[in-house]
Ligand binder design. Sequence first.
Ligand code: FAD
Length: 457
Amino acid sequence: MVNPPSTIQPILPAMLPLHSRNVAVIGAGAAGIVAARELRREGHKVVVLEKDNQIGGTWVYTSRVEADPIGLDPGREIIHSSLYSSLRTNLPREVMGYTDYPFVPRKSGSGDPRRFPVHTEVLKYLKEFGRDFGIHEMVRYETEVLNVGLVENNKWKVRSKTRHDCYIDEIYDAVVVCNGHYTEPRIADIPGINSWPGKQMHSHNYRVPEPFQDQVVVLIGGSASAVDICRDIAGVAKEVYVASRSVADETYEKHPGYDNMWRHPMIESAHRDGTVVFRNGNVVLADVILHCTGYKYHFPFLDTNGNVTVDDNCVGPLYEHVFPPVLAPWLSFVGLPWKVVPFPLCELQSKWIAGNLSGRFALPSQEEMMEDVKAFYSKLEASGTPKRYAHNMAGYQFDYDDWLAEQCGSPGIEEWRKQMYIAVSKKKLDRPETYRDEWEDDDLILQAEEDFIKHTS
Ligand code: FAD
């Protein structure tokens, strides 16, 4: 465990009058809509600024891709979503949904009732959440936030652009940043790539396999997207070579069940003659290099006078991945952690933010929060963990969730959800082809369904 949640004790609800704040939420994805709900439940006045014309963020699939396939051109038109057409969830519905709004198949039988449904099913779920909690009335669609900066009295000036190209400046007491972090590509550094003549692309711009028909593809990465996309492409490509940091340097093996797909270590170099050399010494003449190498945190609109920066893909300093100590609770971030179950985590972070803004909860002092962040960074350093893993919560996400819940006086994460997540994660590693359709945790499904009754009946 690199970063167990803070040991600072929660400050319990005080018997003080609560304050209602004017709060801007940036983004109406899974994080922004639950933030809006929690903030309004707490009595705040909420405006959600969303550049798209609908709720859903990442889950709004589009076949459109960006003009620069590896996303290096800062002037390119940004397409927000990174979904590919065949995507099914990599978490079972029971685990994935918000804690009090289960992600269960629709009673009408329409849609995709499977346990790991296609992406359209998630979008429907988020839209139903929006409808059932009156989120739409808080959202200003087709409104892009261009700048967020501090003004006098510790308030925020938010500049946005509407669909009619009108620029609006408004003052808010607090800003909650929910702009997502799967849009700005991170590219592998490959010696010789500038003279390599083939086509490069990032998974952000991958939608369907057809363009790879009969091509020789080198795919870099080992994440959930890489695991899906290599299989998608192997169905049409001539050959697929998967280069991954997580395998030994001598690795050279066929993917079980595939005649045209091999596993390799990372790329050593790329060359003018079109060849790509792997660390195991193997050489292939490739048409395409597909980077499934993750994303960067990116807040092009945020101006905090240096109080929040992104350093080696670590957003900080942030107390418990949410509040910059100097600006707390007036600026906050929802949904930064990765290797997590995002929806319930965003829900708990949002409750914590809402209660801190109203004064129902109190944060430690600025100095204490800063000390806590420094201790966290020191631990990372001492364990040899690069800063870019600061928001990686593999191994302790549920401790973090439970800590947040304790701060809010809310129930922690259900035991069945924790166990189900662990069971599925193991299955995903052991049987990447079949984990979505075969499972052995029916007992946990039953427990989840029993639990859901109180929210669905
Ligand atoms: P987003 O969904 O990205 O929403 C951010 C919103 O902010 C968008 O609507 C965007 O338009 C808006 N926005 C951004 N900038 C501005 C601006 N300047 N002004 C106004 N609006 C702005 N999670 C799971 O639980 N299960 C899965 O199976 C799963 N699979 C995934 C597969 C892929 C390929 C990816 C990329 C992610 C997957 N995730 C999965 C994680 C997913 O990102 C989260 O589930 C969740 O959707 C994140 O929500 P968010 O609100 O933080 O960000």
